[in-house]
Design a protein around this ligand. Structure first.
Ligand code: GDP
Length: 477
């Protein structure tokens, strides 16, 4: 089967923002009803936080969070989940503080914007003043040579709704995103609440891949199985495709709006678990036993004895032996999260590549003194580093891209936050000591300031470093 052929334009996700009482909820209801009149799917009865309509034979998904003030914050976070934002302004009231707040969010997220002037059925409209005010707030309308369309609507009288939906489709045609059902799953959370009977109920919109019943999902390092999927018409379904809004049952806790849900496969197939640097490996083993764990392979009994006799006391040798490093040593090192110190022994290429795959660190030495000094240094520098370094975020590299000669990492943030300009540590082996910084940070192709736990982003580094898919990035703030 040619997967490329199944590639389709994903339906856009749209969110409405604007000042309270300017008509967001009424407009969302009017849009919803348009679809019922069209009779495409039968009636939509459920409020799950998002719904999908079909207009001109193409689906559009709307984020439909409740309208009152307590939910405004959630609505603004929903901007990240949306592809297009409709800024709702009552034509008789004009640009108000929450309108400006919304404009700030939209600009920051660099989302395409459509202005909907609502309530045009009412008297005393101040349309011209609104247009001028928008210009002051740097929303450049098409009629003044900018790229922001404006559509006049009356949700109560059901006027202009089709024009607005046509505009959404036009805007999406300019920069659509494609996806195909065999992609790795990526779904973005738009609402979550605790139901007395059903437990945590999470509404997400699928952005890539297919969400299925029984699928294993990973969020915040926790893996859960999908127990049930319910669509926006309250029907139990077996799978949800790109663009579909769906309620997911099976989570053990509530997820934040904007969290990204992945299927476990993507993480297991591309990320190998052991930590990246020798210092980290030691740290991990130290946590468990309070003693540093290592594995030693040496050429002859005499040198092995000499090394063992001179190692610092706090070192725990989990395994030692004479002769070449073999595949069992690698497996053992992986399980113990311990580095292998090789003294005057060869590492054949197949074992070396197994070690690379399993993220096992092998350090080779020809002089006992060097080995002992280095292990002492690592121990000491680790102790200091542990006190000094406060890790502010951690991410796993799941993909790599070459953009204009620069290597860009596609990452999933597994804890904390990654910020533009952060110093980071990355990769395997000992740190070279060179400072590495996050020099670009993008979400859905847009430059952003930071990415939080559960989110996916693309990262460029200064200097341009040679990372591998599976490497772990730690941000030091
Ligand atoms: P929200 O807070 O932005 O969600 O605003 P609502 O949708 O709750 O609307 C606030 C008030 O404006 C309600 O009383 C609506 O009936 C009224 N309203 C909304 N849209 C229109 C419209 O197009 N025309 C008229 N005349 N009233 C509207």
């Amino acid at each position: 089967m040619d997967k490329k052929k199944q590639e389709k334009i994903r339906p856009p996700t749209v969110t409405l923002m604007g000042h309270v009482d300017h008509g967001k909820t009424t407009l969302l209801d009017a849009i919803r009803k348009t679809n019922i009149v069209a009779g495409e799917h039968g009636g939509i009865t459920q409020h799950i936080g998002a719904y999908q309509i079909t207009f001109n034979k193409s689906p559009i998904t709307f984020i439909d969070t409740p309208g009152h003030a307590a939910f405004e914050k959630m609505r603004s976070r929903g901007v990240d989940a949306a592809d297009i934002v409709i800024l709702v302004i009552a034509a008789n009231d004009g640009v108000k503080p929450q309108t400006r707040e919304a404009i700030k969010h939209i600009k920051k997220a660099q989302k395409p914007l459509i202005v909907a002037l609502t309530k045009v059925d009412l008297p005393n409209l101040i349309t011209e003043r609104i247009k001028k005010d928008l210009q002051k707030d740097e929303v450049l309308l098409e009629e003044f040579g900018g790229d922001v369309p404006l559509v006049e609507v009356s949700a109560s009288k059901n006027k202009g709704i089709d024009d607005l939906l046509e505009m959404v489709q036009l805007v999406w045609q300019i920069s659509p995103e494609t996806s195909f059902p065999h992609d790795f799953l990526e779904a973005v959370v738009v609402e979550a609440f605790l139901d007395k009977n059903r437990g945590p109920v999470v509404t997400a919109i699928v952005k890539k891949g297919t969400l299925k019943i029984g699928q294993k999902l990973t969020v915040d390092d926790e893996t859960i199985g999908v127990k049930a999927l319910i669509n926006d018409r309250g029907e139990n379904i077996n799978e949800a495709l790109p663009g579909d809004p769906v309620e997911i049952l099976g989570f053990k806790k509530l997820l934040g709006v904007g969290s990204i849900v992945h299927d476990t496969n993507i993480l297991e197939s591309s990320i190998v678990q052991p930590p990246a640097t020798l210092a980290e490996i030691i740290a991990k083993s130290q946590l468990a036993s309070d003693r540093f764990k290592i594995i030693i392979k040496a050429d002859v009994v005499g040198s092995l004895d000499a090394i063992v006799a001179n190692l610092p006391e706090r070192i725990l040798i989990v395994s030692s032996g004479i002769g070449e490093i073999n595949s069992t040593d690698i497996s053992f090192a992986k399980v113990a999260s311990a580095p292998i110190l090789a003294f005057n022994v060869k590492v054949n290429p197949s074992v070396r590549s197994q070690a690379d795959r399993e993220r096992v660190v092998i350090k080779s030495y020809r002089v006992i003194y060097d080995l002992l000094t280095e292990i002492e240094e690592v121990t000491e520098s680790f102790e200091t580093a542990k006190q000094k370094q406060k890790i502010t975020g951690q991410a796993k590299i799941v993909a790599e891209f070459d953009i204009e000669g620069k290597k860009i990492a596609g990452v999933v943030v597994t804890s904390g936050k990654l910020k533009l300009g952060d110093r980071i540590t990355i990769g395997s082996g000992l740190n070279s000591g060179e400072e590495i910084k996050i020099s670009s940070l993008k979400k859905y192709k847009k430059e952003v300031e930071f990415a939080s736990q559960g989110q996916e982003c693309g990262i460029g580094f200064t200097p341009n470093i040679d990372f591998k898919v599976g490497d772990i990035i730690e941000s030091l703030g």
